[in-house]
Design a protein around this ligand. Structure first.
Ligand code: 5GP
Length: 222
């Protein structure tokens, strides 16, 4: 479905797309005592950041601060929200193979440092990445991980959220919605998906997914 069709379709809801795989995957390649890698993915504006921040009170979980060539938005802090770097710096790091994954998203480069992920997992702590679907598939092909996709209740809600945060021009909002269409089409390839309609319910669902893996791996691998 194209963006024009999406704009005309008031009934485009994702209520039937939420899913959970029946069996929990076994961490085959990880040594006993290592943390678990969680990937949080989904369209821009769906609320990944809010959800991620809300689950940090579980403890024993770190957030991998990505590198990006995007300029900081108002209220964002270097080293906390992102590591804001230049395209030249990004390319040098790419040449040195420092990224576990990287992607070109909405005109800017984004990447997760491999060392960040490895260090946290080796320490026994869990880590959560907040990345786009291109990056999620790269990580899935390289490491044992649990992938979680966040869906908006509808495309209209996503558009409202993107517009209300006033961070993007009309043109960029259209671009983000076009990318959202593609990303949502791949949500079925994730281990879990959560619809972010009621924020408190979505937080509870995300926490219970993480806790269920902790309980499971606590018995199997640790
Ligand atoms: P934003 O510019 O809105 O902060 O992020 C744009 C998109 O890039 C979001 O979907 C966000 O999750 C994703 N993103 C943020 N960091 C990374 C990263 O390190 N790698 C990848 N592949 N995507 C990222």
């Amino acid at each position: 479905m194209g963006i024009a069709a999406m704009e005309n379709n008031d009934d485009m809801f994702f209520g039937d797309m939420s899913h959970q795989n029946d069996s929990l995957p076994v961490k085959e390649n990880e040594a006993k005592g290592m943390g678990t890698l969680f990937i949080l993915s989904g369209p821009s504006g769906v609320g990944k950041g809010t959800l991620r921040k809300a689950i940090m009170d579980l403890g024993n979980i770190s957030f991998a601060v990505s590198c990006t060539t995007r300029p900081p938005r108002e209220g964002e802090t270097d080293g906390i929200d992102y590591r804001f770097i230049t395209s030249e710096e990004f390319n040098v790091m790419l040449d040195k193979s420092l990224f576990l994954e990287h992607a070109f998203v909405h005109d800017y480069m984004y990447g997760t440092l491999l060392s960040d992920v490895e260090n946290v997992l080796k320490s026994g702590e869990d880590i959560i990445l907040e990345i786009d679907v291109q990056g999620a598939f790269q990580v899935k092909s390289k490491m044992d991980c649990i992938s979680i996709f966040i869906l908006p209740p509808s495309i209209e809600t996503l558009e409202d959220r993107l517009r209300s945060r006033k961070a993007d021009s009309d043109e960029r909002i259209i671009l983000r919605l076009k990318n959202a269409e593609y990303e949502i089409s791949r949500s079925g390839e994730f281990d879990h998906s959560i619809i972010n309609d009621s924020l408190s319910q979505a937080i509870d669902e995300l926490k219970s997914i993480i806790i269920s893996y902790r309980n499971y791996y606590g018995g199997k691998n640790k």
